[in-house]
Design a protein around this ligand. Structure first.
Ligand code: FMN
Length: 186
């Protein structure tokens, strides 16, 4: 069972812009394994330009917004690689993909850390942020999961949001809940 870091990955598109999305990176010793499902522009991007950044968003609206088509991402240039990181990140890493293991469903890029930096103090966990993260992941798996499971998990996660959310978390939760409702035509 690998340690998985849920984070925001930026890869460089052919036209020089950046593709920014949430992904889970698997830890393997000092290396990180990046596993985008096919089809994904990130796969061609990293094969062409094997440098990527991972940024921890301090605002979960970044995660929810990226999955619901909202323009929520502000980026700044990376420190050591040709890439960008999130502007409001608590910390980020700059990675180089050093090996590619092709697979019809989920290719793997093995990445080494080129550089890492902390930008804000990390002072604690927030249950509503964790709930939004879980709901966001759920919202990308709706075609694979039975509706009862999705409804049951959302009902449980909503408890933490109702107890612990600030305005940002509440807004992010609303975006994900809307996406799920729209999927079911509610
Ligand atoms: C926290 C989180 C982790 C995710 N991890 C992955 C992942 O490791 N691989 C993947 O392909 N999609 C992952 N997803 C789903 C993608 O973010 C989502 O499908 C996105 O639309 C993919 O964009 P793409 O098709 O351009 O790659 C994750 C989503 C969330 C919210």
């Amino acid at each position: 069972m690998p340690f998985i870091l849920e984070t925001i990955v930026a890869t460089k598109n052919a036209d020089g812009t950046f593709h920014v999305r949430p992904y889970g990176l698997h830890k393997d010793g000092d290396a990180w394994i990046f596993l985008p499902f096919r089809p994904s522009p990130a796969i061609d991007n990293v094969r062409r330009h094997p440098f990527l950044t991972v940024s921890a968003p301090s605002d979960v609206r970044v995660i929810a917004g990226l999955l619901t088509g909202r323009d929520v991402v502000a980026t700044v240039p990376a420190d050591r690689i040709d890439g960008v990181r999130l502007q409001g990140t608590t910390g980020h890493m700059e990675l180089e993909a050093v090996a590619f293991d092709d697979h019809e469903l989920r290719p793997r890029f093995r990445c080494r850390v080129v550089h890492e930096a902390a930008h804000r103090p990390f002072v604690g966990f927030n249950r509503a942020q964790a709930a939004v993260l879980e709901a966001a992941i759920l919202s990308t798996r709706l075609t694979m999961l039975p509706r009862e499971k999705v409804d049951g998990e959302m009902a449980y996660l909503r408890i933490a949001v109702e107890k612990c959310a600030g305005p940002e978390e509440a807004e992010a939760w609303g975006w994900i809940a809307e996406k799920i409702a729209a999927h079911y035509g509610d």
